[in-house]
Design a protein around this ligand. Structure first.
Ligand SMILES: *Cc1c(COP(=O)(O)O)cnc(C)c1O
Length: 428
C-alpha cells in the first residue's frame, strides 16, 4: 500500500526525500491533529443539531426568483445560522457578494452621521480602509459624517485597556474587532480574548455595538464570538462557513435589531429580510455549512503542517509550529523574491484546477508592489480552497491558507518544498 502511495507521489513529482521529510513531520503532529479532529467532531454535531432543530427538509433547496417573497429555504437557512452561532437572528445571502460587502453592510446599516467607529485592535483589513474612509474613497462612511478611531495593540500583542478606555466617548457607537490577523503581522485573537475585550468595553459603555470580523475564524474553535458577547459577527461564505461548496455569499449574525438594520441597508429600508431571491443555490449553502467543520479541520492541519515544515527548514513562520490556532492563515517568510515565487508555483502545480498554469508576479491595483497569487480553485477566489499569495517586497513573506481536504493541503505544501528544492533555495 505504502509503496503504491509513494509511487503516486513520485508520479506527481514529489521526490522521496521530501516525502519522507513530510511524513516525519506529520508523525510528530499526531496529537495536535487529534485535538483538531475533536473540535471538528464537536462543530459537526453543532451544525447537525442546528439543522435538525430547524427541521431542514429538501423543500428548502428549491429555487426562488423575482422578489423572493416567502423564500422558505432562505429563511430557514438564516435560522440555522442563528442556531449555530447561538444568536437571535442572521442574514445569509448570495446578495452579500463578499466578506467586505457583508462588513460594509453591517457597518452602514447600524451607523448614522455623527457616530464613531472604534477599532481597539489596530488597523482593520485592507479593504475596510476604503469602506470606513481611512483611505479617502468615494461613498465611504467618512463621507456620511461617520468618524473612526483606532487603538493599537501593545507590542506584545495584548490589548491597550487604558488606551481603549480613553478612546470611548459619547459618540462611540460601534466597536469593530477583527479576529484574524488577516495579512498583518499581529497575532490572531482567540474567541476567549475577544470575550474579555467585549466585557471590558461593555463595562465602560453597555449600549455600544460590538461587531466581530470573523473571516477565517469560523469553526476553528468550539465557540464563536457571539458565544462571548459579540452583538454582530460577520464573514464570507467563500471562506470557512461555505465549506468550499458555497459559490458566493456572506453572513451577518447577532442581535435581531442590528441584523435587521443591516438587512434594511442590503435591500431597502422597510423591505429588509423579506426579499431576496436565492435562484437555486440554497442547497449548496446548506451542504457547505454541513461540510464546513470538516473542511476547516483539513485547512488547519495544512497550516500547522506548513508551519512545522518551514520552521524545520529554517524559515520564520507566523504562527510558529507549536502555537495554538485561531484562524487558518499561515505566513512563511522566505526572505527572497525567488523563494515566494517558487512557493506559489508549488501551490499552483498541486491544484485540481489550472495546475498547468505558472503564476507570475504582477502589478495588482491597490497594492504598493507586485503581487503573486496561486490558486486553482473550483470557486473563483475562494480562499477556503488551497491558495497562497505574496507581495514581492521585503520581508518576502507568503500567506497561505485553505485546502478542502487535508490530503490536498499536504500535497500542496510538499509541492512548494519540491519547487524550492528544484530552485536550489533549500537543501536536504
Ligand atoms: C477575507 C477577509 C475579509 C473580507 O474579504 P473579502 O475578500 O471581501 O471576502 C475581511 N477581513 C478579514 C480579516 C479577512 O480575512
Amino acid at each position: 500500500m505504502n509503496t503504491h502511495l509513494n509511487d503516486l507521489y513520485k508520479e506527481l513529482s514529489i521526490n522521496e526525500t521530501i516525502l519522507d521529510f513530510g511524513n516525519t513531520i506529520e508523525q510528530s503532529l499526531k496529537s495536535r491533529f487529534d485535538d483538531i479532529d475533536q473540535v471538528a467532531e464537536y462543530n459537526q454535531l453543532k451544525v447537525l443539531k442546528a439543522m435538525q432543530d430547524n427541521r431542514v427538509s429538501d423543500i428548502h433547496f428549491a429555487a426562488t426568483t423575482g422578489y423572493g417573497y416567502n423564500d422558505l429555504g432562505r429563511d430557514t437557512l438564516e435560522s440555522v445560522y442563528a442556531s449555530v452561532f447561538h444568536a437571535e437572528s442572521a442574514l445569509v445571502r448570495p446578495q452579500l457578494i463578499s466578506g467586505t460587502h457583508a462588513l460594509s453592510t453591517a457597518l452602514s446599516g447600524n451607523l448614522r452621521p455623527g457616530d464613531e467607529i472604534l477599532s481597539p485592535v489596530g488597523k482593520p483589513y485592507d479593504t475596510l480602509e476604503g469602506v470606513i474612509g481611512i483611505r479617502e474613497t468615494k461613498g465611504s462612511l467618512a463621507e456620511y459624517g461617520i468618524t473612526y478611531s483606532q487603538v493599537e495593540l501593545l507590542p506584545d500583542g495584548s490589548f491597550d485597556f487604558d488606551g481603549i478606555k480613553n478612546a470611548i466617548h459619547e459618540r462611540t457607537k460601534l466597536i469593530t474587532i477583527q479576529r484574524s490577523k488577516g495579512y498583518a503581522t499581529r497575532p490572531t485573537l482567540s474567541v476567549t480574548q475577544i470575550g474579555e475585550l467585549i466585557k471590558f468595553i461593555k463595562g465602560i459603555k453597555p449600549d455600544v455595538i460590538c461587531m466581530v470580523d470573523n473571516c477565517y475564524g469560523e469553526f476553528v474553535e468550539t465557540i464563536e464570538p457571539t458565544d462571548v458577547g459579540a452583538d454582530l459577527c460577520v464573514g464570507s461564505l467563500i471562506k470557512n462557513p461555505g465549506g468550499g461548496l458555497a459559490p458566493i455569499g456572506g453572513y451577518i449574525v447577532g442581535k435581531e435589531e442590528y441584523v435587521e438594520n443591516a438587512a434594511f441597508r442590503l435591500t431597502a429600508p422597510g423591505l429588509g429580510k423579506e426579499v431576496g431571491a436565492t435562484l437555486g443555490i440554497t442547497g449548496m449553502l446548506y451542504q457547505g455549512l454541513f461540510m464546513a467543520p470538516q473542511v476547516v479541520s483539513g485547512a488547519l492541519k495544512g497550516a500547522i503542517f506548513a508551519a512545522n515544515i518551514y520552521e524545520k527548514l529554517g524559515f520564520s513562520v507566523v504562527p510558529n509550529g507549536s502555537e495554538s490556532r485561531h484562524d487558518i492563515i499561515q505566513a512563511v517568510t522566505l526572505g527572497t523574491p525567488e523563494g515566494v515565487i517558487a512557493f506559489c508555483k508549488g501551490i499552483q502545480a498541486a491544484a485540481p484546477v489550472d495546475s498547468y498554469v505558472v503564476p507570475e508576479p504582477w502589478a495588482m491595483p491597490g497594492y504598493h508592489s507586485d503581487v503573486i497569487m496561486a490558486a486553482g480553485a473550483f470557486v473563483q477566489g475562494a480562499s477556503i480552497e488551497l491558495s497562497a499569495d505574496a507581495p514581492i517586497a521585503p520581508p518576502y513573506a507568503v500567506y497561505f491558507q485553505g485546502g478542502l481536504t487535508w490530503y490536498h493541503a499536504k500535497f500542496g505544501i510538499l509541492m512548494s518544498v519540491q519547487k524550492l528544492f528544484e530552485e536550489k533555495l533549500i537543501h536536504f
